[in-house]
Write a protein that binds this ligand. Structure first.
Ligand code: AMP
Length: 285
C-alpha cells in the first residue's frame, strides 16, 4: 500500500494505478476509521479496480469553537486497517500541503449548503465541497464513495459534481450501526460513558418517526413524536429534528405522499451527533 503526503506524489501514483484502463475508486475520510468507513472501502473494492483512501481532518469545515483540535486521530491504526482491507494507496497530506496560505477559492452550492446542518454549522458545507473538489482534482477517481450517514453532505457533493460537470460517479453507502443502533462515528469515542449509553436514542427516535410516517401520520405530528422520544434521554440537547422531502430536502406539509427523510442533530455535552432515516409513507409505497 502506497502512502503519499504530497499532491505531486499522489498524482504520480494515480497515473500508475490507472494504467491499462483500471478504474479508480476514492473514499475520502477524516480518519479514526471504523466500520462505516470500511463499508465504503468494501464498496469501492467491489466496484473499482483500484482503491484510494484519503485521510485528512479538514480545518475549513470546522467552525470556530468546534472540535477541530479535539477530533480523534490515530494514523497508525488507520493505516493498518486499510492495509488489511487491501487498499492500494492512501493520501495523507497535512493542511499546509492542501491549502496554500493565500488560498481564496471556495466551492459552495448556494442553497443546499445553507439549509439544515448548514444553518447549524455556517460555512461547514463550503469547507466540505471545496475539499472534496480538491480531492477529486488531485486523485482523479472514476467513482467516489460517501456515507448516507451524512445525508445532506452526500446531496451537496452530488450537486457539486453535477453542476460543475465533474467526471466522477458519486455513490452513497448505507449507514453502518453499532449493535445498539448508534450510527458509527469517529466522534462516538468522545462521549462520556453515560452519554454513550444514552446515544442510541437517536436511532430509537428515528424508528418511532418511521412507524408514524408509515402509518400515515402527518410530518408535524411525526416530528413531535421523534422530538419527545429524544427528550426522554437525560442530557440530550436536541439541536434539530427535520422531516424533509428525501429527494430535494425541501420542507413537507401535511401527510406526505413521497419518501421522507428524518434528519436529527443532538448534542451530548460538547459532542454533536447526527443521524437520519428515510420513511416511505403508505401513500407512496
Ligand atoms: P468522516 O471521516 O466522518 O468524514 O467520514 C468519511 C466518510 O465515511 C463519509 O462519507 C461519511 O458519510 C462516511 N461514514 C461515516 N460514518 C458512517 C457510518 N456509520 N455508516 C456509513 N458511512 C459512514
Amino acid at each position: 500500500m502506497d502512502i503519499h503526503r504530497t499532491k505531486s506524489d499522489m498524482r504520480a501514483t494515480r497515473a500508475g494505478l490507472a494504467r491499462d484502463g483500471a478504474t479508480i475508486g476514492l473514499v475520502p475520510t477524516m480518519g479514526f476509521l471504523h466500520g462505516g468507513h470500511m463499508a465504503l472501502v468494501e464498496r469501492a473494492r467491489a466496484e473499482c479496480d483500484r482503491v484510494v483512501v484519503s485521510i485528512f481532518v479538514n480545518p475549513t469545515q470546522f467552525g470556530p469553537g468546534e472540535d477541530y483540535e479535539a477530533y480523534p486521530r490515530d494514523t497508525d491504526r488507520d493505516l493498518a486497517m486499510l492495509r488489511d482491507a487491501g487498499v492500494d494507496a492512501v493520501f495523507l497530506p497535512d493542511a499546509a500541503e492542501i491549502y496554500p496560505e493565500d488560498a481564496e477559492t471556495v466551492v459552495e452550492p448556494a442553497r443546499l449548503s445553507r439549509i439544515l446542518i448548514g444553518r447549524l454549522r455556517p460555512g461547514h458545507f463550503a469547507g466540505v465541497a471545496t475539499i472534496v473538489t480538491k480531492l477529486f482534482n488531485i486523485v482523479g477517481p472514476d467513482a467516489a464513495f460517501f456515507g448516507e450517514k451524512d445525508y445532506q453532505q452526500l446531496r451537496v457533493i452530488r450537486r457539486v459534481a453535477r453542476d460543475l460537470d465533474m467526471p466522477v460517479r458519486v455513490e452513497g453507502v448505507e449507514i453502518v450501526r453499532e449493535a445498539d443502533g448508534l450510527a458509527m462515528s469517529s466522534r462516538n469515542v468522545r462521549l462520556s460513558e453515560d452519554h454513550r449509553r444514552a446515544a442510541p436514542v437517536l436511532h430509537a427516535a428515528l424508528e418511532v418517526g418511521r412507524a408514524a410516517i408509515e402509518a400515515g401520520e402527518g410530518v408535524t405530528a411525526a416530528g413531535e413524536r421523534v422530538r419527545r422520544r429524544l427528550e426522554e434521554a437525560r442530557d440530550a440537547q436536541v439541536q434539530s429534528v427535520d422531516l424533509r422531502d428525501a429527494a430535494t430536502l425541501q420542507p413537507l406539509r401535511g401527510t406526505p405522499d413521497r419518501a421522507v427523510v428524518m434528519l436529527l442533530a443532538v448534542r451530548f455535552g460538547d459532542v454533536l451527533l447526527i443521524d437520519n432515516m428515510v420513511a416511505i409513507p403508505k401513500e407512496a409505497a
